[in-house]
Ligand binder design. Structure first.
Ligand code: NAD
Length: 487
């Protein structure tokens, strides 16, 4: 059952992902009930589904077969009378398609409805089923620790922790999943993956787009809640975690939780020393003038909401003591890029270059999106007679090797959920710990007005974000210079 089946997420991500799984015969026996407020017939709904998977509308019997499994139930989720009818439809589908009572409830709706829907699913008997029941829940999971707790308590009345699949779509991305493999399947990296050999790690997730039409939501959220609490901290956890004993959901999640527990909390008085916030002003993106954030639709001209965050995180355990993890994320930046740069320590002395400091440190770059791959930078002899070194790189571009687009994150996550594998979803303990880390920072920022805007659209954020690293003797590796070459 998809709640919010006429929405943007369903149309752009869920239907196409389900169709890809259908084509690969990975859906098994299935039917989909779309739930939303609007009145639609099954046929109209099926046409929406077809449109989303096949926008040019060409005849395709496979798509017709796929879409024929979609049913529509018009239902205001706040109206308790409608759930009984939904349950009857679900029971009919069960027997018609032989689904053994297995039910997945996907909440692709505004978060204020999550708790109510979960409670009704239990109250009106939809969770009383012979098969499995699973709840997939979209972000944001609360807007701070307290609201996340309230929501969690509501959904826990109807589902146990192992039946809850909290989506963080970054965890479905091919190269995010690859972080663990790169680390734990290569003898050349894991022995170096600690504070003796790594000087710092930089995680950047930059967007070129502005807030678009999401002003109303974004004003209440900001980059800290929208990106740092979930995606950025999840990437840090995967980079920093200890090797799990085995790749089971519980083992992987508990290693991630240990990273969050080791994350050094930021004292109020240190927030502005270790975290930088920004808000975009007007500027140029690909020669086009774009407006400042505070001029966007549904945004207050006095807005104190950040569209950019950079921060320095410290993980206080034996492996990482002393190694800063720098994160930065923002809108209207110079490039669309999600990249991780692992900077190794300098060699003890440079034999090859007369000028001090001219040998480059080794870098391992993990390209998450838009291009996917890995680049290792090392030093080799400069051609010619001199014995100077020059940086060279080894690149692996994911798309080049596979020759195909990698599956969408949503496709992988839906498949995991169908199989009952919750490894790439966030456990409540991860959510709670990351909210408590972020809440410290937002509490300080909400009480202090920043002089926004403080970075021009089309740049890499405010100057203070560069100074954050300069204070430690580092600098942000420019994401655009590190692009992986497609093979
Ligand atoms: P949307 O506004 O496009 O769609 C909302 C859906 O909810 C519609 O189908 C609407 O009919 C339905 N709805 C609203 N009120 C209802 C009610 N009272 N009863 C029944 N149905 C009701 O939203 P969206 O962009 O699809 O986002 C859905 C969720 O997914 C949100 O939690 C959002 O944060 C999350 N999300 C969306 C995207 C995306 O790309 N759109 C990405 C990540 C997360």
């Amino acid at each position: 059952m998809i709640f919010g089946a006429t929405g943007d997420l369903a149309k752009r991500k869920l239907f196409p992902s389900l169709y890809n799984l259908f084509k690969k015969e990975q859906l098994g026996r299935f039917a989909v009930i779309g739930v939303a407020r609007r009145t639609l017939t099954n046929e109209e709904f099926q046409n929406n589904v077809k449109q989303s998977v096949n926008p040019d509308g060409a005849e395709n019997s496979e798509i017709d077969e796929f879409a024929s499994r979609f049913y529509y139930h018009s239902h205001d989720v706040t109206d308790s009378n409608s759930y009984a009818a939904l349950n009857r439809l679900a029971t009919e589908m069960d027997s018609h398609y032989g689904l053994k009572g297995n039910r997945i409830f996907y909440l692709a709706m505004a978060p204020e409805f999550f708790g109510t829907i979960a409670e009704h699913l239990k109250l009106d008997g939809l969770t009383e089923t012979q098969g499995f029941k699973r709840l997939v829940i979209e972000k944001p999971f609360g807007h701070d620790l307290d609201s996340a707790k309230v929501l969690n308590n509501q959904i826990r009345t109807a589902f146990s922790e192992d039946e809850i699949y909290r989506i963080d779509h970054y965890l479905g991305k091919e190269m995010v999943q690859n972080i663990e493999v790169i680390r734990f399947a290569n003898a050349i990296f894991e022995p170096l993956w600690n504070n003796r050999f790594i000087s710092n790690i930089q995680v950047t997730s930059s967007e070129v787009l502005g807030v678009e039409e999401r002003g109303r939501y974004y004003e209440k959220s900001g980059a800290l809640r929208d990106m740092v609490q979930n995606h950025m901290l999840q990437m840090v956890a995967l980079l920093a975690m200890e090797p799990p004993i085995r790749l089971t959901t519980d083992e992987v999640r508990s290693e991630k939780v240990r990273v969050f527990r080791a994350l050094r909390p930021i004292k109020d008085s240190d927030v502005n020393q270790y975290f930088v916030r920004g808000q975009y002003g007007k500027g140029k993106i690909q020669d086009l003038e774009v407006p400042a954030y505070n001029q966007e639709e549904m945004v207050s001209p006095e807005s104190n909401t950040e569209t950019f965050v950079a921060g320095r995180l410290m993980i206080d355990n034996f492996r990482w003591a002393g190694v800063p993890f720098y994160i930065r994320t923002g809108k209207r930046m110079a490039a669309k890029s999600t990249k991780i740069v692992v900077q190794f320590k300098d060699i003890p002395m440079d034999l090859y270059n007369k000028q001090e400091g001219s040998v480059n440190p080794n870098l391992l770059v993990i390209h998450i999106q838009p291009e996917e791959g890995i680049t290792l930078y090392f030093n080799a002899k400069r051609s010619g007679q001199s014995l100077n070194s020059t940086p060279v790189k080894l690149s692996y571009a994911n798309k080049g090797i596979d020759g195909l687009n990698t599956p969408e994150a949503y496709e992988k996550l839906l498949y995991d959920c169908l199989r009952g594998d919750a490894t790439n979803f966030t456990h409540w303990d991860e959510v709670a710990l990351s909210w408590s880390f972020v809440d410290n920072i937002s509490a300080v920022w909400e009480n202090e007005k920043e002089s926004f805007p403080n970075y021009e659209s089309g740049t890499m954020g405010p100057k203070a974000a560069d100074e954050l690293l300069e204070k430690d003797g580092f600098f942000w590796w420019p994401v655009t210079d590190l692009d992986v070459e497609t093979c």
